[in-house]
Design a protein around this ligand. Structure first.
Ligand SMILES: [Zn+2]
Length: 166
């Protein structure tokens, strides 16, 4: 996937469908959320929710200004297209960190599972259960986590490739 596609995917993951629509509009200048709601025919609350979600990851910013006529607070938004790659990089690095932690626990811990998938327990717990599933009585077996570990490793490699290409 290319950088642009990855950013689009990130936007829809954090800000949903509405966020993806707003982002795809490519509005370079400031805009107010109520004006946009009017133009797009989308509920203002949904637009705000999407914009705030984008703000949370650094893809949008806003300033508030009191409208002299109505006395209401107006939100002036700007989508930070210029920060897209930076935000994408940050999010990918976060995901990578999570996967690396997962890799650590998966590689270190030894698990035993029931063949009927009732339980997944540690070695000590398995001993305490006499290696018999407390639910169905089947003999619980050593879980070979090497495949799961391989998969996580692959995911990490994938992310590293993307990060190197950004
Ligand atoms: Zn069982």
């Amino acid at each position: 996937m290319k950088g642009d596609e990855l950013v689009a995917e990130l936007v829809s993951r954090v800000a949903g469908e509405i966020g993806a629509i707003l982002y795809s509009l490519g509005i370079k200048d400031e805009f107010t959320d109520d004006q946009l709601a009017l133009e797009l025919g989308i509920e203002i609350n949904e637009i705000r929710r999407a914009l705030f979600a984008m703000y949370e990851v650094g893809l949008a910013e806003y300033r508030r200004k009191k409208d002299d006529e109505t006395g209401w607070m107006e939100y002036y938004w700007k989508i930070r297209y210029d920060r897209a790659k930076l935000v994408l990089r940050k999010e990918l690095e976060k995901t990578k960190e999570k996967l690396e932690k997962k890799l650590e626990t998966e590689s270190e811990e030894i698990y035993y599972v029931c063949p009927n998938v009732c339980v997944k327990v540690s070695y000590d717990e398995a001993i305490a259960m006499n290696f018999l599933c407390p639910k169905c009585g089947s003999r619980i077996e050593f879980l070979d986590s090497s495949r799961a570990v391989e998969k996580v490793k692959e995911e990490i490699e994938n992310i590293e490739k993307i990060l190197a290409s950004l």
